[in-house]
Design a protein around this ligand. Structure first.
Ligand code: HEC
Length: 464
């Protein structure tokens, strides 16, 4: 049998489905045989399933983006992907039809019904019917939780008054005195990745995002609880936000690999560093404010000129993905935790004296190997202790001077993802997979408080 011309196939398909609708007595809305093909309802789900993995703002294979109408409208490497009203001139149809369609490059070919739908949409003028708020994740009130969200980020203000924790779509703020709730700050991003208070404790910077869609830096006024800015800087999540020592700039890392420096309060991008070959996850400023450090899944800790964006050197030996990193509170050293259980302190300077015999000249201390990826690290405020969160739900404390383990904090139901010391060094807070924040005395390892940051709704859940 010779295949039907595409437009005929489409006619038959649509007629058949309307007949089926009649016989089954489906709702009248389904009988609208002549309803045009909808970009948003009909095409985007197909593209999402089969195309967007390779054609999105962060992965522009063939220089095309199928993840939004605006993206798809931009011509690719070989010109426009579609010409409204003219299927024959539409490159996308040539790519997805034929005996061995070249797209999708991997995975199952689209069915005839699916390619017909796309053809029909183009024939009908390739109109955009994306609702205005289709990609907005804005919500107006704090979310209701039915289970505890992972505590992915924690920060304490330099004056010691405020403890901030990540929630879903929101930052939860507590008074450290009595651990009383102070604010629930709801923003557009669903995932809160990193939190940093300004030196004067008056502003809280938040690196947040919606994976593969939005990367945002939010700044909140601590006193009023209002969002002062929300800079949308990327089409993917951002991480590792840090304030410059003078408080006039912010550095932020990202899933798009870039490290950015933004002016505060204008939000102007002052510097962008594109030297990492995988997601960058952390940033830290050296005390001078002229140099910046970034850590990445590509295993490198890079030293960067914060003004020019010039790459200075890798400070470490490239052993494992850098999963977490903090700067020493006073000295020009950094502590990192690695994807393979490494826990090391490095001098934050050029690695220029390296030789073939010693290519790790900046290494200051190598702590005992951890039983899996290290998820969070912290320096005590005087730099004498370090804390590391390891996958078995433990937090281990070490003396920075000799590398001896001094305490092991347990009792977490799952891994710990965030850590912070109080500025006076008398408390260590942990944020865990089990959704709880715990406070320990770092000197003795004793648990002194447990905080459940979000209220859990029991509505609609059947009791035992
Ligand atoms: C596994 C990755 C992958 C998937 C999935 C994929 N593509 Fe592609 N696509 C590519 C690559 C790579 C190219 C660049 C040309 C090449 O290497 O063949 C490309 C090129 C194209 C082009 C040509 C752009 C130009 O101007 O040259 C179009 C159109 C296209 N793809 C459409 C689609 C559609 C529609 C889908 C889903 C049905 C899809 N692709 C799924 C990887 C992919």
């Amino acid at each position: 049998m010779t295949p039907l011309p595409v437009h005929l196939a489409s006619f038959r398909l649509r007629t058949l489905s309307s007949l089926a609708a009649l016989t089954l007595g489906w709702p009248a809305s389904l009988l609208a045989v002549d309803a045009p093909v909808s970009w948003f309802k009909d095409i985007t789900p197909l593209f999402k399933r089969s195309c967007n993995g390779c054609h999105n703002p962060n992965k522009l294979k063939g220089e095309i983006d199928t993840s939004s109408y605006v993206g798809f409208l931009k011509p690719g490497k070989n010109g426009p992907s579609f010409v409204p009203n003219d299927p024959a001139k539409s490159l996308v149809l040539a790519e997805i039809t034929g005996k061995e369609p070249s797209m999708p490059k991997e995975g199952d070919a689209l069915t005839v019904a699916e390619t017909t739908l796309i053809e029909q949409w183009i024939r009908e003028g390739a109109k955009d019917d994306t609702p205005v708020d289709a990609y907005s994740t804005r919500i107006s009130a704090p979310p209701t939780y039915t289970s505890q969200p992972v505590v992915a980020a924690l920060a304490i203000s330099p004056d010691g008054r405020w403890l901030a924790s990540s929630g879903y779509h929101e930052v939860l703020v507590f008074e450290t005195e009595g651990l009383k709730p102070y604010g629930r700050w709801v923003g557009e991003s669903t995932r809160i990745e990193s939190l940093a208070f300004s030196m004067d404790s008056r502003s809280l910077a938040v690196a947040a995002g919606v994976p593969a869609r939005l990367g945002e830096v939010q700044i909140w006024n601590v006193e009023t609880g209002h969002q002062s800015v929300a800079w949308k800087i990327s089409a993917d999540s951002v991480y590792g936000v840090s304030w410059s020592p003078s408080g006039d700039r912010l550095a932020v890392a990202g899933a798009d690999k870039a490290v950015r420096v933004l002016a505060y309060p204008s939000g102007k991008e002052l510097m962008r560093f594109d030297n990492h070959s995988d997601w960058s996850l952390q940033t830290a400023w050296l005390p001078s404010g002229t140099r910046l450090i970034s850590g990445s899944r590509d295993r490198a800790i890079k030293l960067i000129d914060a003004t020019s964006g010039q790459f200075i050197d890798d400070i470490n030996k490239l052993l494992e993905p850098i999963t977490c990193l903090v700067r020493h509170p006073k000295e020009e050293t950094v502590l990192y935790g690695g994807g393979e259980g490494g826990l090391r302190i490095y001098k934050a300077k050029e690695n220029q004296d390296r030789t073939s015999g010693n290519n790790d000249v900046n290494l200051v201390r190598d702590f005992e190997r951890q039983p899996g990826p290290v998820q969070a690290v912290a320096f005590s405020p005087d730099g004498s202790r370090i804390a590391a969160a390891v996958p078995n739900g433990e937090v281990r404390l070490y003396a920075a001077a000799n590398g001896q383990r001094t305490a092991t904090l347990g009792g977490h139901d799952g891994a710990v993802f965030s850590l912070c010391f109080s500025p006076d060094g008398t408390a260590l807070y942990t944020g865990s997979f089990d959704g709880l924040i715990r406070r320990f005395d770092p000197a003795t390892g004793r648990l002194t408080a447990i905080l459940q940051p979000v209220p859990i709704s029991t509505a609609n859940t059947a009791g035992p």
